[in-house]
Design a protein around this ligand. Sequence first.
Ligand code: NAD
Length: 512
Amino acid sequence: MSSLTTPASTPAPASPQAAAATSSTRGTARQIRGFVGGAFLDGIRAFDKIDPVDGSLVGQVHEAGPHEVDLAVAAARTAADGPWGRMTTGERAAILRRVADVIDRRFDELVAAEVRDTGKPETLARDLDVARAAANFRAAADTVSTAGLDSFLTELPDGRRALNYAVRKPLGVVAVIVPWNLPLLLLTWKLAPALAAGNSVVVKPSEQTPSSATMLAEILAEAGVPDGVVNVVHGFGAGSTGELLTSHPGIDAVTFTGESSTGSAIMRAVAPRVRPVSFELGGKNAAVVFADADLDAAIAGLARSTYLNTGQVCLCTERIYVERSVFDDVAAGLTEQARRLRLGRPEDPATTTGPLISHEHREKVRAYLDLAVAEGATVLAGGGVPDLGDDLAGGSWIEPTLWTGLDQTHRTVREEVFGPVAALIPFDTEAEAVALANDTDYGLAAVTWTRDLSKGHRVAQRMRVGMSWVNTWYLRDLRSPFGGVGLSGIGREGGRHSLDFYTEPTNVCVQL
Ligand code: NAD
């Protein structure tokens, strides 16, 4: 039983406990409501959430209009001015650790919600999404418990002495807007440090993946986060809930993960009131394979970095530059890996690869598959929509795809596809490899495969990206800075970098 759901005919319950008591689907569509001031909230209308695995109905999502967004921001403001922001960091950290414990206890429910919304393999939701949600809260609790700030004993030439020290203060009300690819992971990545710093928040999950955010709101309440500190509003972006939130005068900052063009629209929305933003945006990430690499490890790593989560991770590799002498070996190895991937139902342990998030997204990816061929690509693997039988015919499936024959002039090598695709391109020298990898408007992540340690360090540092891996990919330490350059974002989050964004320092100077 999932406690985020209530039958269509049931009025919105007044508390999470009440919601849990009335949870049921009993032949009616699951209702996914907002959560404001500690209670579920109906929207102005409801829209259908479709299961990308087979096209069936997951539930109806309540879209927040201007009034509901006003209520959410007002609830967050009241909470920001209340005890939450004035608690000691130790008290807040203890609550955040309890949140992680409740996530662990309700792990299976969260996995089920995440799988229902995204269609991703259950094993992936367990190992990556939900496990990281709990880890994000524990990491934020650790960071805030140990964070310090500048202090200086000042001695001026005229003999005056003073103590300068900075104190951190919460920003106030933070809008948290997240996408659909790793819904709970990306939400908690931003939510946990925002809360640790003493802010209250209004969360706007993706319209494609509303379920785990609503469930998380319940979990936070259960763990002792006061009412109004975390509010969830559902809806779309432009012209809907997302835009209402980012242009709301009661918002003190926006933290956003999503497309670069959306980041640009949000910048425009907050510009009149000059609010701080933290943006984690798109990528067109490169991997470079040198001839001296452990090729088996590189091919396995490339298969993971290209096809994990059906290529729907911002860090996924879409451009693979291979030193010419091993180009054919890497092409053959990766083709075999792509063909071995098993598309299927999420609950089947043999499934490696789920569908794309929606038919709309599949149409976008399919258009790139057609474009690649028109641009002269040779298709080594995939290239189209698979036939998985009647059972899955209504889903938004696409084949893991690998191309050769493309170069930097082609749109398929320059634009983010956000699907299970990569172009293999040969290079001859280290300088050429670095130049090719950096020839992009984006700058999120890069991978270098080599056995030469000096070359690994050298190349990794020259990559114009936020995260540069050597002989691995997506190995994360949650204390390390995460973010991108160029079209890939503004700012860094992770560990103290998150605290720096979610707090405002006030410097105090006391003459001694
Ligand atoms: P998106 O930008 O379309 O939507 C993201 C969120 O923004 C959704 O909640 C959406 O409703 C909302 N939104 C859309 N338009 C808005 C507007 N005008 N005002 C306010 N809110 C608005 O992105 P998506 O399609 O959901 O996600 C895929 C994108 O996210 C890809 O580009 C991917 O690279 C990027 N991404 C980046 C990272 C990172 O850490 N850099 C991580 C994951 C995904």
